[in-house]
Design a protein around this ligand. Structure first.
Ligand SMILES: [Zn+2]
Length: 95
């Protein structure tokens, strides 16, 4: 099953956000950045010169739901949230 999962994270630079795209195994597929210029947001993706793109749409979704830096994943296709994976137990002694 093909999944496109996204996370939003703040950076040390104000108004610069990092978007991380994951596949269904939570491997990082792509990283993009968006940043605020006046009232608008710019994006470094191939559609960055267009008025908007998936990443800028996602920013409003994450902001409205207070999900930036939360660790939650957003599934773009079905518009649903997936919980963070930080609760998964890592058994370090098992190999
Ligand atoms: Zn973009």
């Amino acid at each position: 099953m093909h999944l496109e999962l996204y996370q939003f994270r703040t950076t040390s630079t104000p108004d610069l956000l990092r978007i991380v795209k994951f596949d269904e195994c939570i491997n990082v597929v792509k990283i993009h950045h968006i940043w605020r210029v006046g009232l608008k947001w710019k994006c470094d993706c191939p559609r960055g010169d267009f008025p908007t793109c998936r990443h800028r749409i996602l920013r409003s979704v994450f902001e409205q739901e207070y999900m930036i830096d939360s660790g939650w994943f957003y599934n773009w296709e079905i518009a649903k949230w997936l919980p963070p994976i930080s609760f998964i137990t890592v058994n370090k002694g098992s190999k």
